[in-house]
Design a protein around this ligand. Structure first.
Ligand code: CP
Ligand code: NVA
Length: 321
């Protein structure tokens, strides 16, 4: 070893805690989720009071986007700066990721220079391959299969407005997609029920959702029945990123799965409406619903930032306080 490299460890320091990732909602236990949600409330309160909270000073977040984003980009970037850290933003188009550098090599390099990584990509397996070769925690910023940061924010938002979600009913109206899969994982861990209604051919796949049982969800052919007495009604775009070629067929298949005032009227009187956004008024939701009094979509979007700050802090520092 040359004198220049003397003393620089070639592996992680001895005694360092094992690296934890957040690749899907089920990567955390119930207790860990409850801790992160509670911590997010404290972090949000400090932010609203203009109190400095630099728990991740000098740490760097790498954000890798292989799909478009507004909320995920802004919430992670602003959040990391608020924690005293900094951010590196990479896309497929402006990095070697788009020029076929193996994901494993990218993981080894990026995780030597940064402290935590957020990735938005296509297949969950790609995210898992990155994580398997990363020295630092990796967060799922959306894959074809899951969107765990969004559901963390949605549950935080529900609790803020209505208290504990345990024992409640969430109606999912629309595609059996990454959001639906993640709601099902969350229901399993946090003790609520999901009423799922999707058009035929777009059902959830329990094995992709990674569920051991069907105990926490019920399937309804009719979306109105799925909404009956629900505490929360939620939906998502009919065509997720990566499925654009199916758009025309989906417009036809999903026509009856638009969240309407009738569906909200069938839900509990104090039911909330959520949508991860971006939304298409007149497709998956009527304007009267998303812009109506039961909608909490703007709180939901803002809360991405607060829960992700708590998540990054937890992955890097563990339990505090
Ligand atoms: N909800 C969400 O993840 O939004 P973006 O695609 O804008 O990041
Ligand atoms: N299901 C959508 C969510 C967008 C935030 C998608 O994957 O495109």
């Amino acid at each position: 070893m040359s004198p220049l490299h003397k003393g620089i460890p070639s592996t992680l320091p001895k005694g360092a805690p094992p690296v934890r990732h957040f690749l899907q909602f089920a990567d955390f236990t119930t207790e860990e989720h409850l801790y992160v949600l509670e911590r997010a409330a404290l972090i949000k309160k400090r932010f609203k009071n203009f109190e400095r909270h630099h728990s991740l000073a000098d740490r760097t977040l790498a954000m890798i986007f292989e799909k478009a984003s507004t909320r995920t980009r802004v919430s992670f970037e602003a959040g990391m700066y608020q924690l005293g850290g900094s951010v590196v933003h990479l896309t497929t188009g402006d990095s070697q990721l788009g020029r076929a550098e193996p994901i494993e090599d990218s993981a080894k390099v990026i995780s030597r220079m940064t402290d935590i990584v957020m990735i938005r990509t296509y297949e969950q397996t790609k995210l898992e391959r990155f994580a398997a070769h990363s020295r630092v925690p990796v967060i799922n910023g959306l894959t074809n299969e899951f969107h765990p940061c969004q559901i963390l924010a949605d549950i935080f938002t529900y609790i803020e407005h209505r208290g504990p979600i345990q024992g409640k009913t969430v109606a999912w109206v629309g595609d059996g997609n990454n959001m639906a899969n993640t709601w099902l994982q969350a229901a399993d861990l946090l003790g609520f029920t999901v009423h799922v209604s999707t058009p035929s051919g777009y059902e959830i796949d329990q094995s992709i959702a990674g569920l051991r049982s069907a105990d926490s969800y019920k399937v309804f052919a009719d979306p109105l029945s799925a909404c009956a007495s629900a505490d929360l009604v939620t939906t998502d775009v009919w065509t997720s990123m990566g499925f654009e070629a199916e758009n025309e067929a989906r417009l036809k298949a999903f026509a009856s799965w638009r969240v309407s005032l009738d569906m909200m009227a069938a839900a509990a009187p104090d039911a909330l409406f959520m949508h991860c956004l971006p939304a298409h008024r007149g497709e998956e939701v009527d304007a009267e619903v998303i812009d109506g009094p039961q909608s909490v979509v703007w709180d939901e979007a803002e809360n991405r930032m607060h829960v992700q700050k708590a998540l990054m802090e937890y992955l890097l520092l563990g339990r505090l306080g």
